[in-house]
Every structure is written in C-alpha cells, then in structure tokens.
Design a protein around this ligand. Structure first.
Ligand SMILES: *[C@@H]1O[C@H](CO)[C@@H](O)[C@H](O)[C@H]1NC(C)=O
Ligand SMILES: *[C@@H]1O[C@H](CO)[C@@H](O)[C@H](O)[C@H]1NC(C)=O
Ligand SMILES: *[C@@H]1O[C@H](CO)[C@@H](O)[C@H](O)[C@H]1NC(C)=O
Ligand SMILES: *[C@@H]1O[C@H](CO)[C@@H](O)[C@H](O)[C@H]1NC(C)=O
Ligand SMILES: *[C@@H]1O[C@H](CO)[C@@H](O)[C@H](O)[C@H]1NC(C)=O
Ligand SMILES: *[C@@H]1O[C@H](CO)[C@@H](O)[C@H](O)[C@H]1NC(C)=O
Length: 405
C-alpha cells in the first residue's frame, strides 16, 4: 500500500464515519404521505433530503412545490392532486377533520397590466351586511359576494363616487378602507367606503402636493390610523401614467391630524401589509421579484415578507427583520389567524406560516391567488381571490379580523 493509498483510505474512513454520525434521512418512500388526513397530503421531515436527481424550475407562478421533478420519491407526482399540503401537524390541526375546499366563482383570468386588466384584489368582509367586497383592477366597479344567499351570489357594484382599481382593503368601525393605485383620471389615494350608504370618501391623496406612486395595500390600526404600502406597480403596470417621484415605501397616515410619514423606504416593491392579532408585529411583503415596466418575473428578486415591531402611540415600525421567502410567485395579500399564523397569497394558492416563520402548510388552487380574507361569525371561512377564480376553505381554527368591528 502506498502512502497515498493509506492516506486516501484514512480520509475515506473519516469521511464515512462523519457521514455515519449524520441523522438518517427519511426514506424516500416515507417523504410523501398521501391522505394523511381528509383531503390532505403530508410532507414528512419537510422533504429536507430529496434523493437525486430532482429539479424544480424558478418558482414562478406556474411552478408549484408538487411540480418538482423528484422522480425517486414515491407519491411526489400526486401532491398537486390535493388542496391541502401539510408540512407540520399544526397545519392539520388548523384544518381540523372537516376542512373543505370549494371553487366558488370563475372570474376573468388575466394579469395586472392595464391592457389585460381583470385581476381581482383586496377582499374585505363587511360583517353587518355579510358581504365580501373585492376589486376588479383597472375598472371603476368592484365585486360583491353576498353571503346571505346559499349558495352565495357574485355581483358588480360601483361606489359613489367610483373608486378606480381599489387594490387593497381593510375594515374599521363600520367602514371599509380601500387604497387605489390611481389611473382612470384618479390620483393614488386612501378612500373610506360605507357599504350601507355606498358612499366613498377620499381621506388622503398626496404628500405635500406630490402624488403617491400607486397605493397597494392597507391595514387600519385599533386607533383608526392607517399603515399602507406605496410601490411603483401603478406606473409599472401602466394603470397610472405618471412616473414615480417618491421611493417605494411603507407609510403611516394619522387620520386625526392628517399627517402622513414614510416608515420604510428600503423595500423594492412593498405590497401586502397585515398586523398580528395583538398588533405587536406588522408584516410587509416585498414583491420586487416582479420588476421592470411592464413587470417581469426575476426569480432571484425579493419575494420576501418582513416583520417589524410596532409602536402605535407614535405610528412607528421598528426592528425590521426577514420573516419568510415564498417558493412560488410572490407573497401578495396576507391575513393572520387567531393563533398568529400568517396566510399569504402564494402563486397557485396560499402559504401558511407559523409565528416563528416556518411554513406549516399550503392551500392549493387551480388559479393564481392575489389576496384572501376570513369571514363568517366564527371567522372559519377563508376566501381566496385572484386571477380566474374565487375559492373558499372552511377551517377548524378561527381567523382574526384585527381591526375593530
Ligand atoms: C429543470 O426543469 C426546468 C423546467 O422545469 C428545465 O428548464 C431545466 O432544464 C431543468 N434542469 C435540469 C438540470 O434538469
Ligand atoms: C424528470 O427527471 C428524470 C430524471 O432526471 C428525467 O428523465 C425526466 O425527463 C424528468 N422529467 C421532466 C418532466 O422534466
Ligand atoms: C374584464 O371583465 C369584464 C367583465 O367580466 C369584461 O367585460 C372585460 O371584457 C374583461 N376585460 C378583459 C381584458 O378581459
Ligand atoms: C354609513 O351610512 C349609514 C347610512 O347613511 C349611516 O347610518 C351610518 O352611520 C354610516 N356609517 C358610518 C360608520 O359612517
Ligand atoms: C395623531 O394625531 C393626533 C392629533 O394631532 C395626536 O394626538 C396623536 O398622538 C397622533 N397619533 C400618532 C400615532 O401619531
Ligand atoms: C378550477 O376548477 C373549477 C372546479 O373544479 C373549474 O370550474 C374552473 O374552471 C377551474 N378554473 C381554472 C382557472 O382552471
């Protein structure tokens, strides 16, 4: 035996020993567990080790987890047949034993661009009417789902005066709050809407005379003040012909004093915004993964949700940190359940993330989801809206309204 061979064997034995001390990966045959609950497929050990070869494309809107080509994992090719994918038993408990998924309505399946405007967005539940209001982008009308009918009905309505392309919505003390990206002869603005009187009232439309870029989403705090996002999509998507003047931003608007202030100008395209049930944390998604004019998908760009601590007494967001990155399209609209799990639109469905930032499950749809909302007296119905469809999931766990009814 040459010295080289002995060294090689010694190295190999060390390498083999160090390999042996590693935890045994879960056998490929146990990674995917079909029907691990009603309508649920479970991914054991998060599929942290997939036997090679495996391959998944860039995680764009047409690529789901189940599209991963993991030929040596039995059952992997069946993942897309399920509406619920569980990575952690916490998700199975949220769903409960009688979770259902129903496709409710077909709406037009087109993208954000003004030339193909039928993207839906911004659902708000109006409790006293039992309506869901959501938006038809780049139109003067919105959609209304009337939950008083069985099955529910889908209608169109126009606020007075009409709100062009209302993109995000929130609810506070009897009023819906919508943000509009501008265009259609309107400037980007925050608008309140009274569903009983059908009356829309603009409460903010400029920063010291400068128009905002294109307001995208909004959440109203318990004091009635407003956190909103102002990305460039209004211009990039060509709803709003005016080139941006302000940095893409996360803003605070004091509805009593009229003062608005920039809280964070470091995100590329701030998009969805939501608060934890106790308002200690605000989450903002950055969807700069879609960038350029018109926006195109750049898989390495931000598709990231950030968390901030809040100080509602001063209207501040502090201690920004990374919370989550989507593996599918981008994190658009978001909502939170009573346990603090964050539900975010995520390509063809929704991702459910625990408060520590771990994905615990996915809801899978056959259309691209842009936003979602909890409804019903016990907030156990989750409605998902997006490109081409509206779906409803019935859950064991309650959602959370966040704002005052
Ligand atoms: C992985 O899949 C994508 C599309 O699904 C394909 O374009 C790419 O060539 C594949 N890569 C490999 C290494 O097979
Ligand atoms: C999946 O991977 C296998 C093994 O690499 C390959 O033979 C097959 O063509 C791939 N299928 C697709 C749809 O990419
Ligand atoms: C958008 O939807 C409306 C109502 O369904 C329809 O009249 C219009 O043609 C659609 N526009 C496009 C570009 O699909
Ligand atoms: C909404 O409009 C109705 C009918 O005009 C009115 O009674 C109610 O006070 C309004 N609600 C709010 C919150 O302004
Ligand atoms: C909002 O403005 C009012 C009136 O000036 C002031 O009393 C209050 O402290 C402000 N709130 C915040 C969060 O800045
Ligand atoms: C999604 O599925 C529903 C019901 O299964 C069907 O009616 C609808 O056309 C599908 N939508 C799309 C966009 O494939």
């Amino acid at each position: 035996m040459t010295l080289f061979t002995s060294l090689l064997l010694a190295y190999l034995s060390i390498a083999t020993d160090s390999y042996l001390v590693l935890a045994e990966p879960i056998a490929p045959s146990s990674i995917v567990e079909l029907d691990c609950g009603p309508g649920i497929v479970c991914i054991n050990g998060y599929g942290a080790v997939l036997p090679f070869p495996f391959n998944r494309s860039d995680g764009g809107e047409k690529s789901t987890y189940g599209d991963t080509n993991a030929t040596n994992v039995p059952g992997f090719d069946k993942i897309n047949d399920y509406h619920f994918v569980s990575f952690d038993d916490k998700f199975k408990r949220l769903l409960g034993g009688d979770a259902t998924y129903e496709f409710m309505f077909t709406v037009a399946d087109v993208t954000h661009e003004v030339n193909t405007p039928n993207c839906t967005q911004g659902p708000v539940w109006i409790k006293d009417r039992n309506w869901i209001l959501f938006t038809q982008v780049a139109e003067y009308w919105q959609y209304r789902i009337d939950l008083n009918y069985h099955p529910p009905t889908l209608q169109q309505y126009s606020a007075s005066p009409p709100i062009y392309s209302a993109d995000g919505g929130s609810f506070h003390e009897g009023l819906a709050y919508f943000v509009s990206p501008g265009g259609g002869g309107q400037v980007p603005s925050v608008v309140t809407y009274n569903a009983s009187s059908n009356e829309a009232t603009t409460i903010l439309n400029n920063y010291r005379g400068v128009a905002f870029n294109g307001l995208d989403d909004i959440v109203v705090d318990p004091n009635g003040n407003v956190f909103f996002t102002d990305p460039w999509f209004g211009y990039l998507d060509d709803f709003n012909p005016t080139p941006p003047v302000l940095t893409p931003g996360v803003w605070f608007f004091n509805t009593s004093s009229g003062s608005s202030k920039l809280l964070d100008g470091t995100l590329q395209e701030p998009n969805g915004i939501v608060a934890s049930p106790d308002w200690s944390t605000v989450y903002v998604s950055d969807t700069g993964v879609n960038s350029g004019r018109p926006p195109t998908f750049h898989p390495t760009g931000p598709r990231t949700i950030y968390a901030y601590d809040t100080d509602l007494s001063t209207g501040s967001l502090l201690n920004k940190r990374t919370f989550f990155i989507n593996d599918e399209r981008d994190p658009d609209g978001m909502k939170i359940d009573v346990l603090g799990n964050l539900w975010t639109a995520s390509g063809r469905g929704a991702d459910v993330i625990d408060p520590a930032g771990n994905l615990i499950g996915k809801v899978q749809t056959n259309f691209t989801v842009t936003n979602l909302v909890f409804t019903g007296d016990n907030l156990r119905d989750l409605w998902l809206v997006g490109l081409g469809g509206v779906a409803k999931v019935h859950l064991a766990e309650r959602g959370n309204r966040i704002t005052k009814i």
